[in-house]
Design a protein around this ligand. Structure first.
Ligand code: ARG
Length: 461
């Protein structure tokens, strides 16, 4: 069955039909398509295109189809080009052709498909935000489990300065909280109702668009029919937000792939999220995290695909735009799956506190604390930097680490070192000098953790 054809002398060729079919992937829209059609039917009822009885029969049939569509068998033997056409065929079987044919009055698949995707995407965004806040909650739990643990902070993949474990996790909390906001922003632009735009020029039937919008939970209606027919910004907005979710998940994954490996060795993951090797009996690989990192690449590609598809399209709808769907669905599916996986990984993650502290003590990660101390006593910072730099060089030459120095030996090395500065050779001491908002001082971090808990409560959707 087709929704067009009167003007053609022959039907489409088999190859074109096969080439243009979107049913295999747009069938995912079945439930929202049925809901959208029911709202449209009510709109037609209000302007007298459908009688009360006709509207009721259509809406009942659409409700029945929603039930039926829960079963995958719904699409068995469907030969139609897309999900919208399948619905019309099924409606005809249920209410007869005469009535079913009326449902498309004043509607085009162009505004219909935009409506469907917006409804579908809104649900995915809500699910994404739920998963995201769940992950953030788990990060805070993991932070609170080792509130005073010290780990090495890195720049250039080299040990840089000691930081508190919760401080490190809160960095990801901030990234994910921005992601949650971004998904919320995208939701606003998704949540606009396009029905009534027709193919491009606006529907010829004065359906009450506001009423349809209210019924379907939209906050507004689109303001220009040509824009509504040709616009895919709302998808790109979502994909951008989803890309950043994946980017952040991927960086977390990368961190933990490193930190749990033998070369770092100060974190661990549970058996439930790691896998073995078919050949090397000793292996315990962080495949869950590697897959998250891998999926990030795939999701970014999807985003670029839609950008490139849209960039040269003349106004308004062009069939190219059917290519928006598979990447979009994939972005949503991979993001949701990755968020779920990441949460499960965080649940099993543990910190090896001793090893983390030892890593923070080695490699002169306390050097900045010493230089700061000299500067606090009045030495210009660049000079302080140089003095401590020489101390590190001397230590490297003699094979000494920071804890091999004492107040006396420091003072012997350079008279500017006062006895109290030796305490800073312990990474826990230097942290205390960073009690600045946003810093890794123990009090600042405890306050930040509390603030994050409160913020998360507000954010929970
Ligand atoms: N499957 C099409 C899409 O996803 C539906 C719209 C068809 N519109 C058209 N003018 N051929 O874009």
């Amino acid at each position: 069955m087709k929704l067009w054809g009167g003007r053609f002398e022959t039907g489409p060729s088999e190859v074109f039909e096969r080439f243009g079919r979107s049913l295999d992937f747009d069938k995912i829209l079945i439930d929202v398509d049925l809901r959208g059609s029911a709202a449209h039917a009510r709109g037609l009822r209000k302007i007298g295109i459908l009688s009360e009885g006709e509207c009721r029969r259509l809406v009942e049939a659409l409700e029945g189809l929603r039930e039926e569509a829960r079963d995958d068998a719904f699409f068995n033997n469907a030969a139609e080009e897309d999900v919208h056409t399948v619905v019309i065929r099924k409606l005809k079987e249920l209410v007869g052709a005469e009535l079913a044919d009326k449902i498309h009055t004043g509607r085009s698949r162009n505004d219909q498909v935009s409506l469907d995707v917006r409804l579908w995407l809104r649900e995915r965004i809500d699910e994404g935000r739920r998963l995201l806040t769940g992950l953030m909650e788990e990060l805070l739990r993991l932070a609170g489990k080792y509130p005073r643990a010290i780990i090495p902070g890195y720049t250039h993949t080299r040990r840089a300065q000691p930081v508190l474990w919760p401080h490190y996790l809160l960095a990801y909390f901030e990234m994910f909280s921005r992601d949650c906001e971004r998904l919320g922003e995208a939701r606003k632009r998704v949540n606009v109702m396009p029905l009534g735009s027709g193919a491009l020029a606006g529907s010829g039937f004065p359906v009450d668009r506001e009423m349809i919008a209210r019924e379907l939970g939209f906050e507004a209606v689109t303001r220009n029919s040509m824009d509504a027919s040709g616009d895919r910004d709302f998808m790109l907005d979502f994909e951008h937000a989803a890309n950043l979710v994946m980017l952040h998940l991927s960086r977390l994954a990368e961190d933990w792939i490193l930190y749990t490996g033998e070369e770092y060795g100060w974190m661990d993951l549970g058996d439930g999220v790691t896998s073995g090797s078919s050949m090397m009996p000793q292996k315990r690989n962080p495949d869950s995290l590697e897959l998250i990192r891998g999926k990030a690449g795939r999701v970014f590609g999807n985003y670029l695909a839609l950008l490139v598809t849209m960039k040269g399209l003349p106004m308004t709808y062009n069939r190219d735009m059917q290519e928006d769907k598979e990447p979009l669905f994939d972005v949503a599916r991979q993001m949701l799956a990755s968020l779920e996986m990441a949460r499960a990984v965080v649940e099993t993650a543990s910190l090896k506190e001793e090893a983390a502290r030892a890593a923070a003590e080695e490699s002169w990660a306390v050097a900045t604390d010493l230089a700061d101390a000299l500067a606090r006593k009045g030495m210009p910072f660049h000079r302080a930097h140089k003095v401590v730099g020489r101390l590190v060089l001397e230590s490297v030459r003699e094979g000494k680490s920071a804890k091999d120095w004492s107040g006396e030996s420091l003072a012997a090395f350079a008279p500017e070192f006062t006895a109290d500065m030796a305490a800073l050779l312990d990474p826990g001491e230097g942290l205390k000098t960073r009690e600045i908002v946003g810093g890794t001082g123990p009090k600042a971090v405890a306050a930040a953790l509390e603030e994050a808990q409160a913020r998360l409560k507000q954010m929970k959707c």
